[in-house]
Design a protein around this ligand. Structure first.
Ligand SMILES: C[S@@+](CC[C@H](N)C(=O)[O-])C[C@H]1O[C@@H](n2cnc3c(N)ncnc32)[C@H](O)[C@@H]1O
Length: 333
């Protein structure tokens, strides 16, 4: 006998909770005008990450010269069982600057029954895409996508009924801050995560100059495209008229500061118009867009202690190119 197949019940679409703190819409113009008016021109690095910038960053991570991503992932993979033991059951993870959210899976796979994942990101496109994918992959997980600037105050949706709070700040993003700012940032998050909380921080280490400079100036030109995208963004969002061919990406390691400094260098004398202002560039004049500070293990451990964390351990790779630090806040802050 023929029966008409009954339509299968479709599984409910996996979801996440979106928290909208609209982090930067009004501030881009003010930051560009202020940064280009200074004697040493600069634009803050957080503006590198519009949708195109986030996609280009993912491509940077795949370049052979860009060792940080694969090295950090190998360390996390190897140490995931130790992290799971330290974090304990039903942990709630708070990732800062989560980007494409690749690395969190290494922790989620290893943790015992993780209760919640809170991802804080300034790039709306990257945040929503990663949250939707994770919700599909892990429908049982309580996922919160927080669109915010992680350096500013906003409500963190922590749960009272879950286990330990574990902050996660990979990708050596801490290196984008000057050391004093990095200490302030860590101390802000020590308070925000609360007493007896953990923090996992990926920190790039000092190494030969050639390796560092190649990592930030790959042969395929992806990092250069990432830097120049900042000017493209200003042209689109601020009706500026940067000539992208008039600027060259440059990455130089400064041993004195321990940072790879990234600039866009004006290739000729030129004037750029942004939001009703004129900005003159001399030939060879530099526009600073990002620093990436490198540490040694003890130096970063000291910084973390000064920020109010107890330093637990650091794991590294055989070449000692990258480190993952495990920190904990004191029991009562
Ligand atoms: C170097 S990428 C690292 C991405 C990812 N965590 C990883 O390890 O591959 C930095 C990330 O932080 C985000 N970000 C930069 N500044 C931010 C800010 N002020 N607040 C929140 N997220 C920020 C960027 O959009 C980007 O996704």
């Amino acid at each position: 006998m023929l029966t008409t197949p009954r339509p299968r019940a479709r599984p409910a679409r996996a979801t996440y909770t979106f928290h909208d703190h609209a982090p930067q819409e009004s501030s881009f113009e003010a930051a560009v005008v202020q940064g280009l008016s200074a004697p040493r021109k600069s634009i803050p690095f957080r503006f590198l990450y519009d949708a195109a910038g986030s996609a280009l960053f993912e491509k940077i991570c795949e370049q052979p010269e860009y060792y940080p991503t694969r090295t950090e992932m190998r360390i996390l993979e190897r140490e995931a069982p130790s992290i799971a033991r330290l974090a304990g059951p039903r942990a709630q993870l708070v990732e800062l600057g989560s980007g494409a959210g690749q690395k969190i899976n290494l922790l989620l796979d290893a943790l015992t029954d993780p209760a919640a994942y809170i991802s804080v990101e300034i790039s709306r496109a990257a945040l929503l895409e990663a949250a939707a994918r994770l919700a599909d992959e892990r429908p049982e997980l309580d996922i919160h996508a927080v669109w915010a600037d992680y350096s500013t105050p906003f409500a963190l949706p922590l749960r009272a009924d879950a286990g330990r709070v574990v902050g996660f700040f990979p990708g050596s993003s801490i290196g984008n801050f000057e050391p004093a700012q990095a200490r302030n940032f860590l101390s802000l998050w020590a308070r925000r995560l609360g007493p007896d909380a953990d923090m996992i921080v990926g920190v790039d280490l000092i190494k030969p100059v050639e390796v560092l400079e190649r990592a930030y100036d790959d042969a395929a030109g992806v990092t250069a495209a990432f830097s120049l995208n900042l000017l493209r963004r200003a042209n689109r969002e601020l009706h500026a008229d940067f000539d992208l061919a008039g600027f060259r990406h440059e990455a130089r390691y400064q041993a004195a500061t321990g940072a790879v400094e990234i600039h866009l260098v004006s290739q000729c004398r030129q004037t750029v118009h942004v939001a009703g202002h004129d900005f003159a560039f001399a030939e060879g004049e530099r526009l600073h867009i990002e620093n990436s500070h490198k540490y040694d293990i003890e130096g970063f451990a000291d910084l973390a202690r000064q920020a109010g964390f107890q330093w637990h351990t650091a794991w590294t790779d055989p070449k000692r190119w990258f480190s993952v630090h495990y920190l904990r806040t004191p029991g009562a802050l």
